[in-house]
Design a protein around this ligand. Structure first.
Ligand code: GDP
Ligand code: PGA
Ligand code: MN
Ligand code: MN
Length: 608
C-alpha cells in the first residue's frame, strides 16, 4: 500500500489494483483526512457507521421500524442543483446547449483548491461498487471516495458494493473515479454539524476521463455518485460510444390474466411517477405487475434484436410525499421491512417517519423536516416536498425475480411522460420509431421539487434526461435514431402518457396510480394488434371504448374524453415552444429526421 494511505488506513487495502491505490493516495494527499477506511459493505460496517451518525446527531434511530434512521439535511441542501452541475468535456460543443460547461482544466484547478484539506479531521471512505448485476458480461464498476458516513451507508443500499466488488476489481479493471466531499473540514477544534455541507457546490463530470468530482452537497442526487452522475451522465457517454442507452426509466414486468408477460420501460422527469408506476398494484382483476427498476435503465440489443434493460441500482431513493398505503402499498411494505434511511421527512412521537399523503389524517404532533415541533395547525408542510426514503429493492414485495438477471429483460414498449395540466392526452401511440423519438425529444413537464429552483414551470425535458445528459442533446437524438436503424432491430413501440392532465377547475382528469394499468393494457393490446385507436395529428389515441374502464371510479368516467382529447388549438400553441426548443439545439446537431418530423406534425395539425 502506498505510504500516505498506510499511515492513516485503519486496515490493509482490500485491493492491489495499482490504479485505485495511486488515486486514493493522491486524493488523501490533497484532502488530508484523519484516516482512510476501505468499505467492505458488511452489516458490521453499517452498524458502526449508523452508530457514528446517531452519536453525531445526524441520524435518529426509528423505534417503529427495524434498523431504520431519520435525518434532516441542511435546509439549503435538499435537492439536485442543476445550475451547479457541469459537463466538463474537452470541447464545449460536446456538452451542448443543455449543459453547463467549464473547461476541464479550469474546473480541476478551481475544484482542487476546494478539495485541498477538505477532509481534515474526517474519515475518508473508499467504496467499491458495481452498477448492475455483478455477473454481467461487462460489469461497470465505480470507486467512490467520500468523507460522509451518510453517503457510505446510503451507497450500501443503492448499489452492489463492498467485499464482493473489491474481489472483482483486479489489477487493470476499468472503473469510474468518483470523488465526493461535503466540503466542511474539521480544522482546529471546528465542531461538526449534523449535516455538513458547503454553500459552494460543484457536481462536475469529466466524460473523457470517466471521472466525477462532487463537492459541497450531501443530497442523494449530488452525492451518491453511482446514481445520476455515473449511471446516467457518464453512462450516457459510454452508451453513445459503445452502442447502448442509459436512460432515466423505470422497468416494469406486466402479466395479463391470460398469462402473457411483457416488460416495459418508462421515462418521466424526477417526481413525475416512475417509482409509483414501477410498483403499481393493478386495479384490473387478474393483472400482475412486478418491479425491475424504478429510476434508471441501461438498455442494449440482444442477439435476437430486442432491446434488453437492466436496472443498475440495488435500492430505491423514492419521493416520500404522496406515498401511502392507497397509492403505493408496495413502497410502504418495502420500507416497513426496515433497513431504510428517511431524509427530510417528518418524525412522529412514537419514532416513525411521516409525510404528507402517508395517512389521511396527520398525527397531532410531529417533528418537522426543520427539526421543529409541528402540529396540524402549523400551516406548513411537515415533510419537505423532495423528502426521500432510501430502501433496498430486495425488500419490495413486487420485485421481479429478473431484477438481478445480468441479461436484462426484453422491452416491448417504452413510455414517455411528464406532468402537464393541459395539451398532452392520457396516452398516444407513436406512428413509428422516428416519430416516437421525435415525441420524446420534445417531452415536456412542469418542474418539481426534485431540483432546486422554481416549481411548476413547463420546460422541455427530452427523454426526461435534460438534467442527466452527459453530452450534446442533438448527438443524443442521433444516437436514439441510430439505435432504431440498427439492422435486425426488433424495436419496442413508443407511447407518450400524461397522468397529470387537469380540468379547468384544477382537478386531475385521471385517477392515476393503480388505474394506470388500464393505459398499459391498451398499449399492450396495440402491440398485439387487438385494440382500437383513432389516428390524430400526434399519434394513435384510444377510442374511449378501447380503454378498459371496468370498475373505474364513477367520477372519472365522465372525464375520459377530456383526458384523451387532442385539441388542435392547444397543439398549435405547443408548436411555438417546440420551435423555440429546437432552435436552441443548433442547426448542425439537430438530426434532419427530427426536423422532418416536426414539419410533418405541423402539416397534420394544419390539416386537422
Ligand atoms: P419519480 O420521482 O418519477 O419516481 O416519481 P414518484 O413515483 O415518486 O411520484 C412523484 C409524485 O407524484 C408523488 O407525490 C406521487 O404520489 C405522485 N404520483 C405518482 N404517480 C401518480 C399518478 O399516476 N397520478 C397522480 N396524480 N400522482 C402521481
Ligand atoms: P426521481 O429520482 O426520478 O425518483 O425523482 C431522483 C432524481 O431524479 O433526482
Ligand atoms: Mn430520477
Ligand atoms: Mn423515483
Amino acid at each position: 500500500m502506498p505510504e500516505r494511505i498506510s499511515a492513516v488506513a485503519t486496515a490493509p487495502a482490500p485491493t492491489d489494483h495499482s490504479g485505485i491505490l495511486t488515486w486514493v493516495e493522491e486524493i488523501a494527499e490533497l484532502t488530508a483526512p484523519e484516516r482512510v477506511v476501505f468499505c467492505d459493505g458488511s452489516r458490521e460496517e453499517w452498524d458502526r457507521l449508523t452508530g457514528e451518525l446517531v452519536a453525531k446527531g445526524t441520524f435518529v434511530p426509528l423505534a417503529a421500524k427495524p434498523n431504520s434512521f431519520w435525518c434532516v439535511s441542511d435546509p439549503d441542501d435538499v435537492a439536485r442543483v442543476e445550475d451547479r452541475t457541469f459537463i466538463c468535456s474537452e470541447h464545449e460543443s460536446d456538452a451542448g446547449p443543455t449543459n453547463n460547461w467549464v473547461d476541464p482544466v479550469d474546473m480541476r484547478t478551481v475544484m482542487t483548491e476546494h478539495y485541498r484539506g477538505a477532509m481534515a479531521g474526517r474519515t475518508m471512505y473508499v467504496i467499491a461498487y458495481c452498477m448492475g448485476p455483478l455477473d454481467a458480461g461487462e460489469p461497470k464498476y465505480g470507486v467512490q471516495i467520500t468523507d460522509s458516513e451518510y453517503v457510505a451507508v446510503s451507497m450500501q443500499i443503492m448499489t452492489r458494493s463492498g467485499a464482493q466488488v473489491w474481489e472483482k476489481l483486479t489489477q487493470g479493471t476499468e472503473f469510474v473515479k468518483c470523488l465526493h466531499s461535503v466540503g466542511m473540514p474539521l480544522t482546529d477544534g471546528h465542531a461538526d454539524v449534523a449535516w455538513p455541507c458547503d454553500k459552494t457546490k460543484y457536481i462536475a463530470h469529466f466524460p473523457e476521463s470517466r471521472t466525477i468530482w462532487s463537492y459541497g452537497s450531501g443530497y442523494g442526487g449530488n452525492a451518491l455518485l453511482g446514481k445520476k452522475c455515473f449511471a446516467l451522465r457518464i453512462a450516457s457517454v459510454l452508451g453513445r460510444d459503445e452502442g447502448w442507452l442509459a436512460e432515466h426509466m423505470l422497468i416494469l414486468k406486466l402479466t395479463s390474466p391470460q398469462g402473457r408477460t411483457h416488460y416495459i420501460a418508462a421515462a418521466f422527469p424526477s417526481s413525475c411517477g416512475k417509482t409509483n408506476l414501477a410498483m403499481l398494484e393493478p386495479t384490473l382483476p387478474g393483472w400482475k405487475a412486478e418491479t425491475v427498476g424504478d429510476d434508471i435503465a441501461w438498455m442494449r440489443f440482444g442477439a435476437d434484436g430486442r432491446l434488453y434493460a437492466v436496472n443498475p441500482e440495488a435500492g430505491f431513493f423514492g419521493v416520500a410525499p404522496g406515498t401511502g398505503a392507497k397509492t403505493n402499498p408496495n413502497a410502504i411494505a418495502t420500507i416497513e421491512a426496515g433497513n431504510s434511511i428517511f431524509t427530510n421527512t417528518a418524525r412522529t412521537d412514537n419514532g416513525d417517519a411521516w409525510w404528507e399523503g402517508l395517512t389521511e389524517q396527520p398525527p397531532a404532533h410531529l417533528v418537522d423536516w426543520h427539526g421543529e415541533d409541528w402540529t396540524p395547525a402549523s400551516g406548513t408542510a411537515a415533510a419537505h416536498p423532495n423528502s426521500r426514503y432510501c430502501t433496498p429493492i430486495e425488500q419490495c414485495p413486487s420485485v421481479a425475480p429478473e431484477w438481478n438477471d445480468p441479461r436484462g429483460v426484453p422491452i416491448s414498449a417504452i413510455f414517455f411522460g411528464g406532468r402537464r395540466a393541459t395539451t398532452i392526452p392520457l396516452v398516444a401511440e407513436s406512428f413509428d420509431w422516428a416519430h416516437g423519438v421525435f415525441t420524446a425529444s420534445v417531452l415536456s413537464s412542469e418542474t418539481t421539487a426534485a431540483a432546486a429552483g422554481k416549481v411548476g414551470v413547463v420546460r422541455r425535458d427530452p427523454m426526461a434526461m435534460l438534467p442527466f445528459l452527459g453530452y450534446h442533446v442533438g448527438d443524443y437524438f442521433a444516437h436514439w435514431l441510430a439505435m432504431g436503424a440498427r439492422e435486425g432491430a426488433q424495436l419496442p413501440k413508443i407511447f407518450q402518457v400524461n397522468w397529470f392532465r387537469r380540468s379547468a377547475d384544477g382537478k386531475f382528469l385521471w385517477p392515476g396510480f393503480g388505474d394506470n394499468v388500464r393505459v398499459l393494457k391498451w398499449a399492450l393490446e396495440r402491440l398485439e394488434g387487438t385494440a382500437e385507436a383513432v389516428r390524430t395529428p400526434i399519434g394513435f389515441v384510444p377510442t374511449s371504448e378501447a380503454l378498459d374502464l371496468d370498475g373505474l371510479g364513477a367520477g372519472y368516467r365522465g372525464l375520459i374524453d377530456a383526458a384523451l382529447d387532442v385539441d388542435v388549438d392547444e397543439w398549435v400553441r405547443e408548436l411555438e415552444s417546440i420551435d423555440e426548443w429546437y432552435a436552441t439545439i443548433g442547426g448542425n446537431r439537430l438530426p434532419d429526421a427530427l426536423r422532418a418530423e416536426l414539419a410533418a406534425l405541423k402539416m397534420r395539425l394544419a390539416e386537422a
